[in-house]
Ligand binder design. Structure first.
Ligand code: APR
Length: 233
C-alpha cells in the first residue's frame, strides 16, 4: 500500500515477553502461578484484598527489574520519525512502552504504576506497595486505594478515543496479543470495516488471525523493528 497517514497499533503481553514479563495465556491459564480469576476480578479483590495487593505489589516490584526490548524501542522511534500520526493502544499494564520512548500511550487495561481509589474514583501515579490500610490522597479513605488495573467484568479505559482512532486509521497493526479478550480483540474488525489495512505481528497465529489482511509470525524483537524500518523507508 501507499505509505499510511495514521497508524493505530494495539499491543499485548507478547511484546513484553522478551523483556521477561510472563504472558497470560502461554502458561496454561495461570498468571505467575495464579488462576486469572483469583487475582483479576473485583470479586477476588473483595474476597481477599491482602492476596490481590500482594500479587500486584510483586508485579510492580518486578517491573523495576526489566527493561524495554527492541520492539518497544522501535515503536518509540516510529513515533519520533514517522511522517504521520501513530496511536499506540496497549493492553499491557507495564511501563515498557513509555521507557521505550513512546509518549501518550493509551493503557486500556490500566497501569501497575497507578492507583485507583474505589471510594472516590481518584487515580494517581503510584510506584510503591499498596495495602488494605493505604489512604487515598484525595478523599482520605483508608483502604480505598486499589491497583489501577481493569479487571474482568470492568470497563476498559479510553474506549471513546480508541474507537475514534481505530475508525480513522488507514493501517491497524496488532502486536503480541492472543485476540482472546474483548473489546480489544474486536478492533481489527472495526478497522477493517472502516477500510484500514490490517496487519498482525505475533509469535503464532492468534485467535483472530483470519481477520487480518496480513500476518507475520515470529518474535516481536525481530518483527517489530523490521516493520518499523519499512514504515520509515
Ligand atoms: N513475540 C511476539 N508475540 C509473542 C511473543 C513474542 N516474543 N511471546 C508470546 N507472544 C504471543 C503469544 O503467542 C500470544 O498470542 O503473545 C500473545 C500473548 O497473549 P496473551 O497471553 O493472551 O496476552 P494478551 O493478548 O495481552 O491478553 C489480553 O487478557 O488477561 C487479560 O487483561 C489481560 O491485557 C490482558 C488481556
Amino acid at each position: 500500500m501507499a505509505h499510511p497517514k495514521h497508524i493505530v497499533i494495539l499491543t499485548g503481553a507478547g511484546i513484553s515477553a522478551e523483556s521477561g514479563i510472563d504472558t497470560f495465556r502461554d502458561a496454561g491459564g495461570l498468571w505467575e502461578n495464579h488462576p486469572i480469576e483469583q487475582v483479576a476480578t473485583p470479586q477476588a479483590f473483595a474476597a481477599d484484598p491482602v492476596l490481590v495487593h500482594r500479587f500486584y505489589n510483586l508485579r510492580r516490584a518486578a517491573l523495576k527489574k526489566v527493561e524495554p526490548n527492541a520492539a518497544h524501542l522501535a515503536l518509540g522511534r516510529l513515533q519520533d520519525e514517522f511522517d504521520g500520526e501513530v496511536t499506540l493502544i496497549t493492553q499491557n499494564v507495564d511501563d515498557l512502552h513509555e521507557r521505550g520512548g513512546f509518549r501518550n500511550v493509551i493503557h486500556m487495561h490500566g497501569e501497575l504504576n497507578s492507583a485507583l481509589c474505589s471510594a472516590c474514583g481518584h487515580r494517581w501515579e503510584y510506584r510503591e506497595d499498596l495495602s488494605i490500610t493505604s489512604i487515598c490522597p484525595a478523599c482520605q479513605t483508608a483502604g480505598g486505594p486499589r491497583p489501577d488495573i481493569v479487571w474482568f467484568g470492568e470497563m476498559p479505559y479510553a474506549m471513546n478515543s480508541i474507537e475514534r482512532a481505530v475508525k480513522a486509521c488507514d493501517l491497524f497493526v496488532s502486536i503480541g496479543t492472543s485476540g482472546a479478550v474483548y473489546p480489544a480483540a474486536g478492533f481489527v474488525q472495526l478497522a477493517h470495516a472502516y477500510r484500514a489495512k490490517t496487519l498482525e505481528l505475533n509469535l503464532e497465529p492468534s485467535q483472530g488471525s483470519a481477520m487480518f489482511a496480513e500476518s507475520r509470525l515470529g518474535p516481536a524483537t525481530q518483527l517489530v523493528p523490521d516493520w518499523v524500518a519499512e514504515m520509515l523507508d
